[in-house]
Write a protein that binds this ligand. Structure first.
Ligand code: HAM
Length: 443
């Protein structure tokens, strides 16, 4: 019995030692979004919502996890995203699910599941959601990150390709980052012409395997297109010499791409035709595009997309074409910060209420409610007793006005309004305070 107690004692000690020593941190590659950072998220989200609504998109939200098979059959079983970066978990019954690494697959699954092919076409949907990739964390690369994206399902016309790029460009421009970005476009051809290009690529690389990096050697058989965007020096040199896809486009693909470029020129959206641009997801056909940072190039593209005309049929739906785009919100915010883009301060607290003493606190709760009902952003540090600490907080909240009252003011039925910038004060009647504040904020 004693031995048993000793064992339990030791276990307790060990547990408490390990618990107290272990510093609990957010999982590697994830990050908390604190209030100062959230202002940026809100600005991006509001801009995306505004632009998407103006372009006639409806919002969709799909589950955070889906059947693993969905991503194998869409993003591609041999893509890096599925092969190396998927977060997979098994239920007790052995079913395999995966946290979504991107948004397109879920949207297409929903399009099929809800019979959206019977809706007026094209169906235009947008989303703003967290996504998960077990990537190697580094600048701009997280394991949980946020994407906004939009998909247009049901039409083939190249004008839609230009329109999707126009929408992405509009969002970049509203967020004031478009000057730092370069649009890259390419066409990956279709089921008719791409296989001929793949054969030509394999022929070109035959006998040059020793000059390729390990990843490219692995990709050569399964996914030779990816060799074109490898960052290793020797691979880049070879990709420069490799056959160009433009020599293999069938008539329809060539004409589609020419029209996309004409529409972009008409819209005055500058672009670089980049015949080495391929994407990390296997579902693309024809147009692909990315917005690259002027300095980093492909390393940290802020967004990318393209056509995926066969995906809906491949996943068991009707044979309708589609296209879309997604961008990483963290990367966009990083750009905004580098460019020193200031967040408009209209979300700051407008009024800070500083009551002194118990009676004043009682009145402050109701006063805060009245101010908020009048549409004023008001807050107060009701737990603080000293005037100095309350004024410090008012400053931190960025409030333009503070209203101060204690026992004397309550007796007199008055209240003090302090202009936080000028430091001046005035005394007004308590009963008129909401009206007076509203008028002051209008000026
Ligand atoms: P994607 O290029 O894989 O495309 O991702 C789009 C954007 O998400 C990237 O350009 C990047 O900004 C951001 N992103 C991707 N991975 C990470 C990461 N580990 N950490 C931070 N940001 C990241 C897609 O996801 C396609 N579904 C786009 C699309 C929509 N194509 C057609 N429709």
């Amino acid at each position: 019995m004693n031995e048993e107690n000793n064992l339990i004692d030791n276990l307790d000690k060990n547990c408490s030692v390990s618990v107290s020593r272990e510093k609990l941190q957010s999982p590697k590659g994830t990050h908390d979004i604190l209030p100062d950072e959230y202002c940026y998220f809100e600005l991006v989200r509001n801009t995306v919502e505004k632009c998407c609504k103006e372009f006639g998109f409806g919002r969709i939200s799909t589950p955070i996890f889906e059947n693993k098979e969905l991503f194998q059959r869409s993003v591609g079983a041999i893509s890096d995203i599925v092969e190396k970066e998927l977060y997979v978990f098994k239920t007790a019954s052995g079913k395999e699910y995966a946290l979504k690494p991107e948004g397109t697959a879920g949207v297409v699954r929903a399009y099929i599941q809800h019979g959206m092919s019977s809706w007026p076409q094209p169906v235009q949907l947008y989303y703003i959601e967290p996504h998960f990739r077990h990537d190697r964390p580094q600048a701009g690369r997280f394991r949980q990150f946020h994407q906004f994206g939009f998909e247009v399902i049901g039409e083939i016309d190249p004008v839609l390709d230009a329109q999707i790029i126009q929408l992405a460009n509009q969002i970049n421009s509203d967020l004031k980052i478009s000057n730092h970005l370069k649009l890259q476009i390419n066409s990956l051809g279709c089921a008719e012409c791409r296989p001929k290009y793949i054969v030509a690529l394999k022929d070109f690389y035959f006998g040059k395997e020793r000059s390729l990096c390990d990843s490219c050697n692995n990709r050569l058989e399964k996914n030779p297109l990816r060799l074109l965007d490898c960052k290793a020096e020797d691979c880049q040199l070879l990709s420069f010499l490799a056959p160009k896809i433009s020599n293999f486009w069938c008539g329809e693909c060539a004409s589609h791409f020419t029209q996309v470029k004409e529409f972009l020129t008409e819209l005055k959206i500058p672009f670089v035709e980049n015949l080495s641009l391929v994407r990390g997801l296997d579902y693309y056909t024809r147009t692909v595009f990315e917005f690259w940072d002027e300095k980093d190039g492909a390393q940290n593209a802020i967004g990318g997309g393209g056509r995926y005309d066969k995906l809906i049929a491949d996943l068991g739906g009707v044979d309708v074409p589609a296209l879309g785009y997604a961008a990483g919100i963290e990367r966009i915010i990083a750009h905004m910060k580098t460019a020193e883009i200031k967040i408009p301060h209209d979300q700051n607290m407008q009024i800070f209420v500083a009551p002194l003493g118990v009676e004043a606190k009682k009145k402050a709760l109701k006063l805060l409610e009245d101010l908020r009902k009048a549409g004023i952003r008001a807050s107060g540090a009701l737990g603080k007793n000293s005037m100095k600490s309350q004024m410090k907080l008012a400053d931190r909240f960025g409030a333009s006005l503070a209203i101060i009252f204690g026992q004397i003011e309550i007796q007199d039925g008055t209240i003090i309004i302090r202009d936080m910038k000028k430091g001046s004060q005035e005394i007004v009647l308590f009963k008129d305070i909401v009206k007076i504040i509203k008028n002051k904020l209008k000026k």
